[in-house]
Design a protein around this ligand. Structure first.
Ligand code: ACM
Length: 258
């Protein structure tokens, strides 16, 4: 089954969500895709000084951003995964929305990173999978990649594509995500940002990886643009790496630590 996956690499201006949403959707306007992945905190910026500052650009999961993304998904007949700071009562979560023409669903980052720990509560949604045009899509956010359990859980739940909004500050994810794709035999789409924010630099290199662990596309360190790869999503259902070796059927969970 042919499925078009797009990643958007942007350069958001800190605390200017309206302008950043417009600029990101302008990048999508020029391409066709079935599933778009936008970066973590794509519209708010990342490097908040205080919880109050983060809260000033945070939204409820069914707030205005969800309406904008869902309307865009309906207009372009696509799904969009995009990271945003989520407000829920007194708590903030580092979240991502999956918006389709029919519904929205929120994922809250499980493994919060660095100074995020000062403002954001570790997520409680767990790793879920939703169908987009017949293809199972799961979401994890940035640092979640470092914990192989994140991608493995999504893959065991049937994800054929892992949508991975990111704001990468460490160097390892672009190469590491090749292994996450290979060991789970899934497509992965990492959407990162570029630029420097209050001295914190982001590495770009958004990419789409095949179940063989090979790059289908990778953007540069400083490029602002969207890129699309057309894939055969069915290949992510085949977990065999040898006629006699199926990576899922051959697992030995009783012998693994929890
Ligand atoms: C990260 O999780 N944004 C590094």
């Amino acid at each position: 089954m042919e499925f078009r996956i797009g990643v958007v690499q942007n350069r958001p201006k800190l605390l200017k969500p309206a302008a950043n949403v417009r600029a990101a959707l302008d990048l999508l306007d020029r391409h066709e895709a079935d599933l778009w992945v936008l970066p973590e905190f794509f519209a708010s910026g990342y490097n908040f000084k205080t919880k109050k500052e983060a809260a000033s650009v945070a939204e409820k999961a069914d707030g205005p951003l969800s309406k904008i993304l869902q309307a865009y998904a309906a207009k372009r007949d696509c799904a969009i995964v995009a990271g945003f700071p989520e407000k829920s009562g007194a708590k903030l979560y580092n979240s991502a929305l999956l918006a389709t023409p029919a519904k929205t669903r929120v994922y809250r980052k499980t493994h919060v990173f660095g100074s995020e720990k000062r403002f954001f509560t570790p997520g409680d949604t767990g790793f879920w999978v939703e169908e987009v045009k017949g293809v199972k899509v799961g979401v994890m956010i940035c640092f979640d990649w470092f914990f192989p359990e994140s991608a493995r859980t999504l893959a065991l739940r049937g994800a054929q594509v892992i949508a991975h909004p990111a704001n990468l500050v460490l160097p390892w994810a672009p190469e590491g995500m090749k292994i996450r794709s290979l060991e789970n035999r899934v497509f992965s789409a990492t959407a990162d940002r570029v630029g420097v924010e209050r001295g914190l630099g982001f590495i770009g290199q958004s990419q789409i990886v095949s179940p063989n662990g090979s790059l289908l596309t990778r953007l540069g360190h400083d490029e602002v643009r969207a890129a699309v790869a057309t894939v055969d999503a069915w290949t992510a259902k085949d977990k065999k790496v040898h006629p006699a070796c199926d990576l899922f059927a051959d697992r030995r969970p009783k012998l693994y630590a929890h």
